[in-house]
Design a protein around this ligand. Sequence first.
Ligand code: ATP
Ligand code: MG
Length: 426
Amino acid sequence: MSTKTKAIRGMRDVLPDETPIWQWLENKLRRLTFRYGYNEMRLPLLEPVSLFERSIGEATDIIAKEMYNFTDKSGEHVTLRPEGTSGCMRAVLENNLCYNKTQRIWYQGPMFRYERPQKGRLRQFTQFGVEAFAMKGPDIDAELIFMVRDLFQELGLTQYVRLELNSLGTLEERQQHREQLLLWFEAHRDILDEESIKRLETNPLRILDSKNPAMQSMLEQAPKLLDYLNEESRNHFNTVCQIIDCAGIPYTINPRLVRGLDYYTRTVFEWITDELGAQGTVCGGGRYDGLAELFNPKALPACGFAIGIERLLLLIQTLQQNDNPLWHFSANVVITNEMNDDGLYAQTIAEKIRSNINALSVVVDCSGSKLKRQHHTARQNQCQIIVTINKDHTLRMWDLSGAQQLTIGEKELINWLQKYYQKFLG
Ligand code: ATP
Ligand code: MG
């Protein structure tokens, strides 16, 4: 019987073929955060279970069934983080980062949720998250939306994503709405599915999020949170809309947009695509002014968003079908070798080229295959220059772009490459 060891369900390897596109995207994300003045924070993957129980809320799917919890050797209840905002808030409070100042922070890394794996839904997935602390005005909510819009523009995705907005009000406003919503659901109990009936007790707002076709017309008519906002919350929301109107960003207001996590207040938004089937939310975010108070006596306004990187890459690859040269690694120079010296001369030449022109990638074929095969591999991997070390110690060089080839000495070769790659050397 085969006992092949396999990766855990819902956890993927990013293979060497795929890393160039990840790095390409990561460079764009880094550039984006730089342009908007956000600083990176690197956070632990393990956090106390209690952090998420308090922040995300007991009634969410994450806490109820998706956490990777365990007890460590000292008996502490720890978990693999299911999202980044809670840890980010913990770190900000613990390190007093907002003492008399604001903070603009981003992070990227793996998150863990025990969900049913499918296209665009993994158990280990990667989030790029951006959080802004100690700024309570609507302008920072709009800034976050600008950032995501910029990113989609940069990636050529603008026409494939749409922005939906809503306001969840404050906790008190939500409470008032909740009472009316419960009355509405009780009056239509016969239409509710099993999942929704369970949610009646725990998290009735989330019922609005249901995709069950039989419930849609009832949900459309349910009491809307936007009608329960007081003046301050309404002004906040109107100003967010006004700022993004001025920037010409199209959006729709979706009164049923509630977001999965409990800690959101006021502005919430999602960027959705129709290209990925059911897993269409590429980015989700909003304001969470109430979160800090769950840990801290003092309030700390905050807002942020998170993008699922695997989903974003899936969208990019679905639309552009793998045709960007930057999504593949190819060496500039490959050294193929016919000399019988255990690679001594080939490695020496490679080192000379690297130390003279350090912008180039130089790869020695150490496969031990026949020369013909080495050349075939080099061409297949789309390198630019092949340098062959002949049996008699002489060098032959192929410029694959111009198809020219010449026999060349060591010094001449380096001079030639220096000239050829002038553009890199600046
Ligand atoms: P969804 O509605 O798809 O379950 P969510 O509301 O649970 O998303 P958030 O917790 O707000 O999502 O996370 C932000 C983003 O992270 C999502 O918009 C999505 O792109 C990505 N994401 C969330 N869960 C997963 C997952 N299991 N696998 C891959 N990406 C995910
Ligand atoms: Mg989810």
